[in-house]
Design a protein around this ligand. Sequence first.
Ligand code: DNO
Length: 359
Amino acid sequence: MKMTFRWYGKESDPIPLKYVKQIPGMSGLMGLLDKPAGVDWPEEEVKELVDYVHSCGLELEVIESVNVHEDIKMGLPTRDEYIKNYCSTIRTLAKYGVKVIVYNFMPVFDWLRTDLARVIDEDGSNSLYFNEEDLGEMGPMEIVRRTAEDSKGFTLPGWEPERLALLETTLKQYEGITPDMLRENYKYFLDRVIPVCEEVGVKMACHPDDPAWPIFGLPRIAHSQEDYDKIVKLHDSPANTLCLCTGSLGSNPANDIPAIIRHFGGMNRIGAMHVRNVKYLGHRHFREAAHLSSTGDLDMFAIMEAIYDTCPDTYIRPDHGRMIWDEEGRPGYGLFDRALGATYLNGIWEALCKIKGDK
Ligand code: DNO
């Protein structure tokens, strides 16, 4: 297992890499270049990023995300140009040592919350929060406005301004696109990018829908074991893998996370993991919790054990943290709580190694 940390780049992440390196057991980053979907990432910029990360004593073997252009998801004729750029980006990243590319195939919205800083009464910290009832009142345009307003000036992953500028038009274009049609377009994409990945030794790792159900009537096809079973079959290759996010899938209590990890880990289809905890507050109503099992509803030991047993070489990152100790930062992506999360997960791992034999 390699413990990694999500980082947004020198210009837009307030957390210096020196601090990331000081978190015990941190091997590297899940990093990115801040590029709009559809763009071919320039080699000089990739090289500069990789060199910088290495100079700080960290690895950059996972990129999160290379975003997929909406035209690819909608199956428009312009998709071929964007797929060509995607393939070229894969080649460039491979040349500089990248092994896994995390992405998602969610229409329009990536993750979605109704409050980015809900105060947790027990201790005065705050975390990301979702209540479907609030969403009903808001509607897509309002949620975008609120999310931008609450993001403290940071660009949030999945909420990049250029992606949302055309929101109304894009939402209209999706009318009439069914989950099966979206899956067809997904297959078209995978049939073209996976052979390139196989050639250059990179894995694509698909992040689940977050929350784990359809929103605003948009088709969503990655929020259960059954969905993921279909995805791995769309293009059957060890390079077509999943980024199993425990908190995203875990937003639906019907998803048995350790069992899902064992299922896909056993098939060698887990390329990366996001590990975090969720606290259920009602039907389609939850908030994010600290990583410690007892503060939420997921069993982190069972999760780490499933990883240990079925995909021990995967990349992990502590996922969203709460905001604690008065830290100001990008919602979900502060330093302190994620560092605590990494340390806790490393502790579980050490215990597993001692109990079961070293991996
Ligand atoms: C949210 C993240 C997602 C994830 C993308 C991958 O915090 O986990 O935005 O990076 O879905 O493409």
